[in-house]
Design a protein around this ligand. Sequence first.
Ligand code: 5AD
Ligand code: SF4
Length: 480
Amino acid sequence: MKNNTNFILPSQTSARKRTKNISAIERDLFVIDDKIKGIGNGRTYFVRTYGCQANFHDSETISGILEDLGYTKSDDIEKADLILLNTCAIRRNAEEKVLGEIGNLKKLKRNDPDKIIAMSGCMAQEEEMVTHILSKYPQVDLIFGTHNIYNLPKLLYHALLNKEKTVEVYSKEGDIVEALPVKRDNHHKAWVNISYGCDKFCSYCIVPYTRGKERSRHIEDILDEVRSLKDEGYKEITLLGQNVNSYGLDLRLDYGFSDLLREVAETGLDRIRFMTPYPSNFDDETIDVCARYKNIMPSIHLPLQSGNDEILFKMNRRYNSEEYRILFDKLKNKIDDCAFTTDIIVGFPNESDEAFDDTLKMVDHCKYDNAYTFIYSKREGTPAAKIEDHIDMKVKEERLQILNAKIAEYANMHNQKYQDQTTEVLVDGPSKKDKDVFAGYNPQGKLVNFTGHDIKEGDIIKVKITKAKSFSLDGEAIED
Ligand code: 5AD
Ligand code: SF4
């Protein structure tokens, strides 16, 4: 392979910039030049995705582009002609997994130098990471960023046919690229982006640098996509954005998330979810819409991060514990039978025992159905990375255990309410462990494993719960 020809490297300084410009909507950026058409014919690809839903949905777009180029999907990483790792940078351990995987690919590349090894996603947006990969992992042929997906045909052409190591990572605020092909993994549940990027700049978080400025898709683009999914037979959609409920602010229209959610609900789709709301942007109109439309699922993910005001302030979260509690109570009172999940970080720099206790107190108040809990991970280039931390890792690990034990207790408490009750399940298909057992989710987002006859993926059926466990429910389908 030749070196150093097609290199646009990321820059954290540019990634931090924000202007007041309204992002451009690009509808004609995705083109496959004649010389590139069919470069995937007879070739296979393998994609491994790390991280959040936004990344999984990006992988569906990448798969759509590769299939337009003639590639066929393969589940065999060893045999695939193109291996792509779509990466996550949210915590150090996510990155270590990817680096380990890239290390493992060295042998495959040595045995088959024509194989293309590509990396995309949030790690590709990190300046130091890309330099590290270029110097330590020569087996990587192609690196492209979250803003460069539309250009994959050209980048692949350089890497594959010109045999040039290729890196293209823009760090600009970001446009909105429409009209990209998508190959969805699931035929009854779909993700729909409503906005990209994040402007919140929580002090610990790398996302505002890796995904650019917060920018909303046009209303009609979203509604058209939702309507087509419904026509294609999809039963459930999840509206995606880093902060769904600041949807529309950048468009400066008198139209916000509550309006969008109402219009999506009025399409009559069976099930609607959204991910992720930001507490202080959750307005009363949105709560009313959630309460009014029965096809908006009663399951809300409301990231807490910490229950302590000083830590929340240092995290640059724009609410305090009292405001969070008031919002939580309002949601709980207004939306019938709603389940709540959250994200919590323990061990933010210099978090005291008292501050951690405040988090536990908030968990006791909210009694979440489940939570994603993390030990703070230092992300270079973020403001929190500059704080000198005096808390021992052992203390942080102990806190995580204490927190997780509490979360499991409440998860179990909520699930016990389903014992001998009937709940409605959207069937995902046979469970991974046993093909006579089916799996799916109920409206509250609980995983249900159940037995039954004549059941198809995508059915919505009633299931009687026979055994409630902490993190899943077992049951039997009720035959009509
Ligand atoms: N360390 C630990 N957890 C983090 N998160 C984001 N950044 C970090 C970090 N540096 C968590 C937050 C967020 C979730 C997606 O990941 O809880 O809500
Ligand atoms: Fe990260 Fe905060 Fe934006 Fe969420 S809201 S993506 S935690 S910066």
